[in-house]
Design a protein around this ligand. Structure first.
Ligand code: SF4
Length: 431
């Protein structure tokens, strides 16, 4: 993609200075063109459907007085102080993840009987989600846990932007600038924009020569430089645009000098996959498959050129969406460095599942397999803070996050064709 995101965000910063009271609205094109397939998958995932106190106050009486007993006792109180701001959950149907209000025909009972406004807010907008960070940025994206959303990831990414009055951007999770990237390091609005530019430019750097995962690894280098800034100063650092510009210049030079081929040390990622994947995302066959690879009983699969191209495009476009919307997480419970680690973890989980399913089914990688894998990983884990806690990622320091992320990204199925020679060699454990 020959687009200079850094230059774009620099220009946006300048423009917004002359437009007080306005925000930048950003999204990739599919946010406008998305069509719901009415598959109801989102109503059957293991995540919790949260509702606000005002929703419960408005609908509880109507639900409990309804003649259909399925409307009775649908709410489950949420623990006080839950950071999402929700007041209660919708219960699940017995022995399943189906929402209590999902009818047998896969339509929402609340909508059927009371109209669309009776659906919780999240259900009305899903998979669209957007966040305004107070002061000047609104990012919309599609949640990739939706069955249809990843099918847009093969199209050439097209970033859409508008400058809109602040009142048009109601805030779902209103962060306040400066936002904290980690204790001791804070981003102003201008710096956040430039950070987005740096991240996206890095992802697309020499896209014809480097894999998206190699470029993601290179982002760790810039993050390491951010850390140096904080360690030199003991007080809180409000990062200035000029600081980030210096980092960007230095980072770009370093990145350009790095070899295009980065050695594979995949066993760490595979062992991590076997150790940490939640049982709901993978079956024993997949675990056995990687176990036999790690023991040297199986050869490392060799992907075709078409599969490589498909994976490369799909994962690059997936990562672009994640990088654009990442700030919403590090302004909440997971800081920037922990979020980078999660991004590496998701990338590893998706690739490992895709590879195992390919081998076990004997069928080449397809858009459908990629979509199912992204759905599964995003639906089961990105919403699951308990999974993050079980890995203790929420407690890892920034350096540890970078190191773990670097090792996870050793699994790279998107390497340029020249690298496939390495990937097709018999697999040897090196750790
Ligand atoms: S409330 Fe309706 S739309 Fe929301 S999860 Fe339940 S069934 Fe689906």
């Amino acid at each position: 993609m020959g687009f200079d995101f850094w230059g774009f965000f620099e220009a946006a910063n300048t423009h917004l200075q002359s437009q007080p009271g306005h925000v930048l609205a950003l999204h990739f094109r599919e946010v406008d063109t998305f069509n719901c397939s009415r598959c109801a998958q989102c109503c059957t995932l293991p995540w919790s459907i949260g509702v606000t106190e005002s929703y419960v106050q408005r609908w509880n009486a109507a639900f409990t007085q309804h003649s259909d007993p399925r409307f009775h006792a649908v709410f489950e109180p949420m623990q006080l102080g839950f950071p999402s701001g929700h007041f209660a959950f919708l219960k699940k149907q017995p022995d399943s993840y189906r929402c209590v209000l999902l009818d047998e025909d896969n339509l929402c009972l609340a909508q059927k009987h009371f109209g669309v406004e009776a659906k919780p807010e999240g259900c009305q907008y899903y998979p669209h989600i957007w966040q305004k960070v107070s002061g000047g940025l609104k990012v919309s994206h599609l949640m990739q846990s939706c069955r249809s959303a990843p099918s847009y990831l093969l199209a050439e990414p097209e970033l859409v932007y508008r400058v809109i009055p602040e009142q048009e951007a109601e805030s779902v999770h209103g962060g306040v600038f400066p936002i904290t990237a980690l204790p001791g390091l804070r981003f102003s609005r201008e710096v956040l924009y430039l950070w987005l530019g740096l991240s996206l430019n890095t992802l697309f750097f020499e896209a014809e020569l480097r894999s998206p995962i190699q470029n993601l690894r290179a982002l760790n280098y810039a993050l390491g430089q951010l850390l140096e800034l904080t360690s030199r100063r003991t007080e809180t650092v409000n990062l200035r645009p000029v600081d980030l510009e210096q980092i960007y210049q230095h980072h770009s030079q370093q990145h350009a000098r790095q070899p295009h081929q980065i050695p594979l040390r995949t066993p760490f990622a595979l062992e991590w996959f076997l150790r940490n994947l939640p049982p709901s995302t993978v079956d024993q066959q997949i675990a056995d498959f990687f176990d036999s690879i790690l023991k040297g009983e199986r050869l490392w699969p060799s992907l075709t050129s078409a599969e490589h191209t498909l994976l490369n495009t799909f994962l690059r476009n997936y990562l672009a969406r994640k990088l654009l919307s990442m700030h919403q997480w590090f302004s909440q419970r997971v800081n920037l460095f922990q979020q980078i680690l999660l991004l590496a973890a998701f990338t590893t989980l998706i690739q490992a599942r895709v590879l195992a399913c390919r081998e076990l089914s004997g069928e080449e990688i397809s858009l459908e397999l990629l979509t199912t894998s992204v759905n599964l990983i995003e639906g089961r884990m990105i919403q699951s803070y308990s999974w993050i806690e079980s890995l203790e990622y929420h407690q890892l320091g920034p350096l540890a996050c970078l190191q773990e992320s670097e090792r996870l990204l050793d699994l790279d199925l998107t390497l340029p064709p020249g690298e496939r020679r390495l990937a097709s060699q018999p697999f040897m454990r090196r750790f």
